[in-house]
Design a protein around this ligand. Structure first.
Ligand code: ADP
Length: 568
């Protein structure tokens, strides 16, 4: 056996602190602007940010926090939260971002599961902390992300201290230690729509590689000429990596705090000359509605990243046709740090007719370097990339989870992570999510894509939100039921909506019934809560008069589809 010839390059670890150190040194005067909870705007630079992050590291070390200890945050997007990202990970502690929109029971469970040493929280969450503190006895202290002047009146937690008072005795003279790049950096829990949430523990290496991937031109395409506003919360999968990709590229950062209504977002985008912004479809809906009503237009925004759940095609069109803003649809998940795919077109695709390009861009798109994917049928075999066969999407890569925090069993299947999403992949490697495995509707053993059915409904101007769920059926086992929230001022009937499907989808995909409701249930991350919806409609009786046309794929259609016999 010959020993391998190793390269002779420096073995510099990829650490999270190196991102901020780079920004501070090379983009030291670039601004970080934050709308504060109090309503005023705070601005400072990457250089200031690094100094304060170092002060925080000194303060936490003085409190006895050690490498590997978890520090929780319950906070909006803002400069103090950013300092916490770096002031914890920078010396080897783990930054554990907690979603405040979860139920208090779940939050307490998560804090205890993570074994958080300290929790840093925004003043808006004071009451929540009051309810939680007793139930989290191992938390040593609660730090309010404010100064003494703005400390909220609180009942319980001791010791309670303001963030500014904590930082004050420290001068920021501190060298980031050279950590092992495989050390843990961040801990993010999935939302736990079914069962208890599960923790994904990122490493320094995975965080930095993800930030590099996220910055690429066919991903967020960030540069030092950008002003980027993450609307996606820093408690939701690290705001999709923007707090790392921005210092890496030198982009200006603009934080909206808790001011997430359409008008506030629009004003901040305009005053800070924002060029790029990212968020879930629900947020964009609010912004677009406001802009339509107010009759205003963007003057600096060039592109938006839309992900977290399927982006309704109508939204992509509105951004592009009405406002000239490129809208990029992306897919990912907590277990993937989160970026997996993005729907930007390659050279060949961008030469195709405009309508085809649009249809392609409604997909979830291609992977970025660092992620590999495949689709797998019920029998565990790989399915072809023909844009037709659909099966469970499996992924792997250096920023994909290997196992969950505190869990011994590996979720991997032959070295790949099963995402729980159902997808097709076409010849160009463009992926399209058709469903979550658990949301798929199986009619006579054949799969119906609830997302396709919802997208068609969403294209009607009267439809504000649509959810398609499986409803029990005596003959076909399940049939699709469409639940609609209507815009207040536009009328539409059930039959008009059903007519939308004629000629657009296979007849047996057309919903058996449509129900109008005032609102739909959502999860803590703003996604449709189909589990709850299925519970609500468990006893719904479908109209019997409707005949279900025979399924054309009567002997198992698309590879990997249903497991029970198809209707004959
Ligand atoms: P949770 O909702 O559990 O917090 P994530 O935020 O990690 O978890 O959500 C990941 C899931 O969100 C994906 O597995 C997928 O089902 C869904 N998702 C994310 N982006 C998209 C998208 N662009 N289109 C469709 N579904 C998406």
């Amino acid at each position: 056996m010959t020993t391998p010839l190793h390269g002779q390059m420096m073995d510099v670890p990829l650490t999270v602190s190196s991102l901020l150190a780079h920004a501070s040194r090379h983009f030291g005067t670039t601004e970080i602007v934050s709308k504060r909870i109090e309503g005023d705007v705070h601005r400072y630079t990457y250089r200031d940010c690094e100094k304060r992050a170092k002060q925080l590291a000194q303060a936490l070390i003085a409190l006895g926090v050690e490498a590997g200890d978890r520090i929780g945050t319950l906070a909006w997007n803002g400069y103090r939260h950013l300092e916490t990202y770096y002031g914890t990970t920078g010396f080897g502690a783990v930054c554990h971002t907690i979603n405040p929109r979860l139920f208090p029971d779940q939050i307490a469970w998560i804090i205890n599961d993570a074994d958080d040493r300290y929790i840093l929280f925004d003043t808006t969450f004071a009451q929540l902390i009051d309810r939680l503190a007793q139930r989290c006895p191992r938390v040593r202290g609660w730090i309010v992300l404010t100064d003494d002047e703005h400390l909220p009146a609180m009942r319980s937690p001791t010791p309670l201290v303001s963030y500014e008072t904590l930082l004050e005795p420290h001068d920021g003279t501190f060298d980031w230690p050279l950590l092992d790049e495989r050390q843990a950096s961040y801990l993010c829990y999935t939302s736990g729509t079914t069962g208890n949430p599960k923790g994904a523990l990122y490493s320094h290496r995975s965080t930095v590689l993800h930030a590099l991937g996220a910055s690429l031109p066919d991903a967020m395409g960030l540069s030092s000429r950008d002003s980027v506003l993450p609307v996606v919360p820093m408690f939701h999968v690290n705001a999709w990596g923007i707090p790392h990709a921005a210092p890496l590229t030198g982009a200006k950062l603009v934080f909206p705090g808790n001011h997430l209504d359409g008008e506030s977002l629009f004003e901040l985008m305009e005053t800070e000359r924002v060029t790029c912004s990212n968020g879930v479809p629900t947020v964009w809906l609010g912004l677009l509605n406001y802009m339509k009503e107010a009759g205003v237009r963007f003057s600096s925004l060039q592109r938006t990243g839309i992900g977290g759940s399927t982006c309704p095609p109508a939204m992509l069109r509105t951004f592009e046709d009405e406002y000239g803003v490129e809208a990029i649809h992306g897919w990912g998940m907590t277990e993937m740090s989160p970026i997996g795919t993005l729907a930007t077109l390659n050279w060949d695709q961008s030469q195709r007719p405009p309508e085809e390009q649009r249809r392609l861009r409604e997909n979830q798109g291609h992977v970025i370097y660092g992620v590999d994917m495949k689709i797998v049928g019920d029998d565990g075999r790989d399915l072809p990339w023909d844009g037709v066969a659909f099966g469970e999407l499996h992924v792997r890569g250096p920023w994909v989870i290997e196992r969950y925090f505190q869990k011994d069993d590996s979720p991997l299947v032959n070295g790949w992570f099963p995402t729980g999403d159902v997808a097709t992949i076409d010849r160009d490697g463009f992926m399209r999510i058709t469903d979550r495995c658990k949301d798929v509707i199986k009619s006579g053993g054949e799969w119906i894509s609830s997302i396709e059915v919802e997208n068609l409904a969403m294209a009607h101007p009267a439809v504000a939100e649509a959810a398609c769920i499986a409803c029990a059926h005596p003959k076909w086992s399940q049939r699709p039921l469409l639940v609609i929230v209507k815009h207040k001022d536009v009328e539409v009937t059930r039959d008009e909506l059903l007519a939308l499907y004629e000629g657009k989808v296979a007849k047996w995909w057309i919903p058996d019934d449509i129900v109008f409701v005032n609102e739909l249930p959502h999860t803590a991350t703003g996604k449709l809560n189909k589990l709850k919806l299925r519970e609500l409609f468990r006893d719904h009786v479908l109209p019997l008069q409707r005949e279900v046309p025979n399924c054309p794929h009567s002997k198992r259609g698309a590879a990997g589809s249903g497991s029970t016999p198809a209707p004959e």
